[in-house]
Write a protein of this length. Structure first.
Ligand code: ATP
Length: 511
């Protein structure tokens, strides 16, 4: 099945099984805003816990923070967001659809890359074990031609971005003959800059109201609290501050479900270091974060680092962690070396000293910062796209969410085989014992087969069935979601079996 069709099915599945709903759906929806349903919120909370604990629990020198969404408007002037938090937009005059010019060009690059990969894939099949990819890349004329095309376009694109040359971005789109996916035409407007921040007014009187912004990133809340945390926590450099919270961006193009939203959540950690050591720390955090992703077990080949074409105004190094979504490799997380830009700007605009006295060097300085920044919702989409699986079985088929048990919203379903003979009461007894440790669900409706399918669809890793034998010897069958194997075990063993699989410790030990 085409990857696009799988993605459509995944979106429908998220709605049908209470993971993600379109916001304000009864009023025909609000574009690029989503609500999380009964299972979605659990998965989201588990992702957040995995991130939070891996930062704050496992690193002695990383502490948490929860800063407000509203902040003094000068913060956004100082950070550069008022003047430079823009995306280049372009409209197709026929379809009236709006696009990000940089994304159109990135997609063109991805297409060329895909052609190269297809060629390699074909050759791999033809030559089997004898295939030498490097040699093929260096000698095959079609691959070489496409590689040249890729490099030329990439260089031209990076230069246009770095020079902020909007005319050149348009010219690239024209020269590459990029067409609007909706109208199919190349009838484009000029490229314009578009600021992504939402603004509102604070205050009760119209003349005294102050224009405030909804934060487009949580990081600034950390920067302006740097001194508070450092002093009150007597923190010594290097140390980090982690925060999870909502961010808002008036995205020009908000398609692809929860990949790009106007209201979303970020998990950000700013790590304050001695000037001159930031690039070493940048490398360290790159590796820590990649391990965090790969510990989930979705296949190392599905992740890669992507260097930025253009460094943000505050950065001296930046890389994205990309995951292979059904619509291609895309960013899940950004790791940035933000220099001393933000703290210095806040010093300048606030008139306060924001420094660290380093007792080892016996001097004060503005710390440098390495940031790790990941979207909760994008991570959610990554997890659910990796977990979604359609399986053909001997007699029928099933849709199963192969979520890592640690992240699964419901850990176990307890099912009486029939609704009589004391079996429901026995099932309830089991839940009453296990509910303190695990999110349990009771299910007695429909045949056992149907109940298993329902639990597969929401990703429950364990189903426990209570039958007549249970009333005699206190044993139950436990059925494993992925293998569908069943085992007879004592009720007293359940806590241990399930606990061993769903504990966050399993992931933390891999980090
Ligand atoms: P993009 O290039 O995709 O617009 P970005 O480089 O602007 O993203 P950052 O500012 O680095 O993104 O934000 C850090 C992380 O926050 C991203 O890696 C992503 O996971 C998440 N994120 C950013 N914008 C959105 C959004 N509109 N919707 C959902 N998640 C987002």
């Amino acid at each position: 099945m085409a990857q696009e069709d799988i993605f459509k099915k995944l979106v429908a599945h998220c709605k049908e099984y209470g993971y993600v709903f379109q916001s304000s759906e009864v009023y025909d929806g609000l574009s690029a805003v989503y609500d999380y349903g009964q299972y979605g919120v659990e998965l989201k909370n588990n992702i957040k816990k995995y991130w939070w604990d891996s930062m704050v629990l496992l690193h002695e020198n990383v502490v948490g923070l929860d800063s407000a969404i509203f902040m003094h408007p000068t913060i956004w002037k100082a950070s550069g967001h008022v003047d430079a938090f823009n995306d280049p937009l372009i409209d197709n005059k026929d379809s009236k659809k709006r696009y990000r010019a940089d994304v159109l060009i990135e997609e063109q690059l991805a297409k060329i890359e895909e052609k190269i990969n297809k060629e390699i894939g074909k050759a791999q099949k033809r030559f089997g074990d004898a295939f030498d990819e490097q040699q093929f890349r260096e000698t095959n004329p079609r691959v070489l031609a496409n590689q040249k095309k890729y490099e030329e376009l990439h260089t031209r694109f990076a230069k246009a971005l770095n020079d902020n040359d909007l005319q050149e971005l348009k010219q690239i789109i024209v020269d590459q003959e990029i067409a609007c996916p909706v109208s199919g035409t190349r009838n484009w407007t000029d490229v314009r800059q578009f600021n992504l921040m939402f603004a509102t007014e604070m205050g009760s009187t119209s003349d005294g109201a102050m224009k405030v912004f909804l934060r487009p990133e949580t990081a600034q809340g950390i920067f302006v609290n740097y001194l508070n945390v450092q002093k009150s926590g007597r923190m010594k450099i290097p140390f980090g501050i982690a925060q999870i919270g909502k961010a808002f961006r008036n995205e020009i193009v908000a398609r692809q479900f929860i990949f790009r939203m106007r209201e979303f959540e970020q998990m950000e950690m700013q790590f304050f270091v001695r000037p001159g050591t930031e690039l070493d720390w940048f490398e360290k955090w790159k590796s820590i974060r990649m391990k965090w992703h790969q510990a989930l077990g979705f296949g190392e080949e599905n992740y890669r680092f992507h260097e930025h074409e253009k460094l943000a105004h505050y950065a001296n190094a930046a890389v994205d962690v990309e995951y292979k979504f059904p619509f291609g490799f895309k960013e899940v997380e950004g790791i940035h070396s933000r220099t001393d830009f933000d703290l210095s700007q806040h010093e300048k605009y606030s008139g306060r000293k924001i420094r660290y006295f380093d007792p080892e060097l016996n001097e004060s300085y503005v710390p440098f910062v390495v940031e790790t920044s990941i979207g909760v919702d994008r991570m959610f989409l990554q997890v659910i796209s990796a977990a979604y699986c359609e399986e053909e079985l001997e007699k029928d088929s099933r849709v199963v969410l192969k979520l890592p048990p640690v992240l699964a919203p419901v850990k176990l379903a307890v099912m009486p085989l029939v609704k009589k003979d004391g079996l429901p009461e026995k099932a309830r007894e089991i839940i009453d014992k296990l509910k303190f440790d695990f999110n349990c669900q009771y299910d007695e409706k429909d045949s056992i087969g149907k109940r298993y399918r329902r639990q597969d669809a929401i990703g429950t890793p364990f189903c426990v069935t209570v039958d007549h034998q249970t009333t005699q010897d206190n044993t139950v069958t436990i059925r494993y979601r992925d293998s569908m194997e069943q085992e007879r075990v004592a009720i007293t063993e359940l806590g241990k079996i399930i606990g061993g699989k769903v504990s966050m410790r399993n992931l933390f030990e891999k980090l």
